[in-house]
Design a protein around this ligand. Structure first.
Ligand code: C5P
Length: 226
């Protein structure tokens, strides 16, 4: 089997990226870079300030904010996932809050944020074998990746997956709202000017709608063997 250094897994929300990239990273013993966590982190940090609107309007101020904040951030890449520490405290559940979820696609559309995180991720991945999961891993951040995968699934299948996941935490959550939120985020992610969600050149597209995670993993392992 050829030694891969960087494998990218892109795709829209709930297409199976998280599950598949975790299985793959574990199987290959690669480190797992979950780029969505970093966009969520920046959103969380911005929401924690009382000055959010000004940061969004002023690119110099935003950049300075990101540089200062990331001095206090430590990222640990393991094959189990991307672990983020702020002032030595693990930040995890906070990144999944409704507030973060509602704003993250807007923050992720900002050029300053994307450029900053793109550079940050490239440095993070230096001299490592990683599975990088996100929306622009193969198209922008690691265009030289050894293998590029793009996962898709129908809107309804993706909404049902997200709904099931959410029901564990919010018993009053509604399927229609989840479907709307997925469509809304897809629209923002696909139409943004900077690094829109797109199938990267030379990526293998896998529709996961009617496949189990193990079947998807096996398809990817076959591609690696090829
Ligand atoms: O994958 P996850 O749901 O954690 O990503 C949260 C959001 O971060 C996405 O909806 C998208 O707006 C943004 N994102 C991005 N580019 C990436 C990863 C995530 O724009 N590479």
């Amino acid at each position: 089997m050829r030694i891969f250094k960087i494998i990218t897994i892109d795709g829209p929300a709930s297409s199976g990226k998280t599950t598949i990239s975790r299985l793959l990273a574990k199987k290959l013993n690669y480190l797992l870079l979950e780029s969505g966590s970093l966009y969520r982190l920046v959103t969380y940090l911005l929401l924690s300030t009382s000055d959010l609107k000004n940061y969004l309007k002023d690119s110099q101020k935003l950049l300075k904010f990101l540089e200062d904040m990331f001095k206090e951030i430590e990222i640990k890449l393991l094959s189990e996932g991307t672990f983020i520490y702020w002032k030595e405290r693990l930040i995890k559940e906070e990144l999944r809050s409704k507030d973060v979820e509602n704003v993250v696609s807007k923050v992720a559309a900002l050029k300053e944020v994307r450029d900053f995180l793109t550079n940050f991720m490239r440095k993070l991945a230096e001299n490592k074998s990683i599975v990088a999961e996100g929306r622009d891993m193969g198209s922008v951040v690691f265009p030289y990746a050894d293998l590029k995968i793009f996962l898709t699934a129908s809107d309804e299948v993706r909404a049902r997956r997200r709904f099931k996941e959410k029901l564990n935490k919010e018993s009053n959550c509604k399927y229609e709202e989840v479907l709307e939120n997925i469509k809304f985020r897809d629209e923002l992610d696909s139409k943004r000017a900077v690094a829109p969600l797109t199938v990267p050149d030379s990526a293998y597209v896998i529709d996961t709608s009617y496949l189990t995670p193990e079947q998807v993993l096996n398809e990817i392992l076959k591609l690696i063997e090829k």
